[in-house]
Design a protein around this ligand. Structure first.
Ligand code: UT7
Length: 313
């Protein structure tokens, strides 16, 4: 049995902070509506920064903290649905930016808000016959680029940012995963390519119902795989940060103790594939992640896709 061990994480958020208050001057909304329905108070939007800039900063920080060099990295995966270009992939540009070796396996994955965990699973598999021991997985999104600022149903929810993790394949580590796909073009869709500007459309209520269903189901499956009878046997749960109400609903259904589920959407909004690695990095940086901790993480979103993992820190 082998599993990926996260050696270190990094993150980069654009400098510009946009509060609900500021948005309410451009959009027919209010801080009260957005916070009470989502738990979001502010998010970051790129001004000058590209997705590659965010990815490179997060990746460099993770590599520095892990104490790895380009000679250690055999796989580089960027999870994104908002790349700077349809081609080249952000991962290819990151190879050049970081000076990764030319034989590093570099590509993007698009599994929307579940993308980081799809990347982690793929990187772990690819490391089995990689000449180098480590993989870099980055979730990087510039969602402000595909936002319709006249659609108050979606434009108040999302933010930009990147989170990164350096992982190594290790024997005898705990690692259970669940993945799911439910092809559906009506619940969440980003229009394009075409003459009209790309824009996210979302049926919020349908996605909310989907989210609470698959997050609860995934956590139950991961607990069963590990032989645990209660969610409170876990040390931490880190879900995709779409909406505090989704997390609170699932936490209540599962009888979770107060504070078991991490939340940071108040400051970051929904950063899609970047939300889980950004959250992990905040937790690591603030000393809340200790070796041996048993963590569950679950992503869900467009596709529809979902993914969950139970791992040891
Ligand atoms: O990352 C991918 C995964 N995404 C998600 O998981 C998102 C899941 N969905 C959600 O988080 C929630 O459904 C939303 C936050 C998107 C919406 O919350 P809701 O409680 O489902 O609100 P709603 O869409 O039912 O809208 C309720 C009311 C409507 O007015 P009426 O028809 O009741 O008069 C909306 O027009 O709120 C109105 N509304 C707003 N009002 C002020 C919708 N957006 C806004 C807004 N400001 N920004």
């Amino acid at each position: 049995m082998s599993a990926p061990r996260i050696l270190a994480t990094g993150r980069c958020l654009p400098q510009r902070v946009v509060t609900n208050e500021e948005l309410s001057r451009r959009v027919d909304t209010s801080d009260e509506w957005v916070f009470s329905r989502t738990g979001i108070r502010s998010r970051h939007f790129c001004v000058e920064e590209t997705g590659l800039d965010l990815a490179a900063k997060a990746a460099c920080q993770a590599m520095d903290r892990a104490g790895v060099t380009v000679a250690d990295v055999g796989v580089c995966i960027v999870a994104t649905f908002t790349p700077d270009h349809a081609s080249p992939s952000t991962a290819c540009l990151l190879q050049r930016e970081l000076g990764l070796e030319e034989d590093t396996v570099c590509f993007d994955v698009n599994a929307a808000c579940a993308g980081f965990l799809y990347g982690l699973k793929t990187a772990h598999a690819l490391l089995s016959d990689s000449p180098r021991p480590c993989a870099l997985i980055v979730g990087a999104e510039v969602i402000s680029r595909v936002m319709d600022m006249t659609d108050r149903n979606t434009c108040v929810l999302f933010g930009d940012g990147a989170g990164a993790a350096v992982v190594r394949r290790e024997e005898s580590r705990i690692w259970h995963t669940v993945f799911g796909t439910r092809g559906d073009r009506s619940s969440i869709r980003v229009q394009g390519p075409g003459p009209a500007p790309a824009a996210i459309h979302m049926d919020g209520k349908a996605v909310f119902r989907f989210a609470v269903e698959v997050v609860e189901k995934s956590i139950r499956q991961l607990l069963a795989a590990e032989g645990l009878s209660s969610i409170n046997d876990l040390d931490l749960v880190v879900c995709h940060q779409a909406n505090a109400r989704i997390i609170d609903f699932v936490a209540k259904r599962l009888g979770a103790r107060e504070g078991l589920f991490y939340k940071n959407m108040d400051r970051c909004g929904n950063t899609s594939a970047a939300s889980i690695p950004i959250a992990l990095d905040e937790l690591a940086e603030s000393g809340q992640l200790r070796p041996g901790m048993r963590i569950v993480t679950v992503g869900f979103g467009g596709g529809l896709t979902w993914a969950g993992a139970l791992l040891r820190w």
